[in-house]
Every structure is written in C-alpha cells, then in structure tokens.
Ligand binder design. Structure first.
Ligand SMILES: [Zn+2]
Length: 64
C-alpha cells in the first residue's frame, strides 16, 4: 500500500532522489536524505519511524 508517509514526502519535498541513508539516532529506523533529481542539491531529510520530514532551504535559486 502507498503509505501516508510517502504522501507526506510528496507534499513537503516533492520530486526527489535518495542521496544518503543513515540510521536515525532517535528511533533507529532509516533516516533518508534526499537530493533534487536535476540540481543534485540536498533538499531535505526524513525518517518514517519518527514520521519526520524536513526540507533544507536554499536561497541560491535566483530565477529571473
Ligand atoms: Zn527516526
């Protein structure tokens, strides 16, 4: 089944690739770092065990 967590990732982070996976220091589950498919910038991280999703904010996107 499609988890609510994936839905949350879609809503908060959007298009993403897995950049790095490490053990969450809080719950021991997988904490996943994501990068943008095009820019390769790190865009956020998430832990399904903690139901935690956070984006990194970058201020270098100057599109005119
Ligand atoms: Zn966790």
């Amino acid at each position: 089944m499609q988890s609510d967590f994936n839905q949350l990732l879609d809503n908060v982070i959007g298009p993403r690739l897995i950049f790095h996976v490490m053990e969450c220091y809080i719950c021991g589950y997988d904490e996943i770092y994501y990068q943008h498919p095009d820019t390769q910038e790190q865009i956020g991280h998430a832990c399904e065990g903690c139901n935690y999703v956070k984006t990194f904010s970058f201020q270098n996107e100057h599109s005119s």
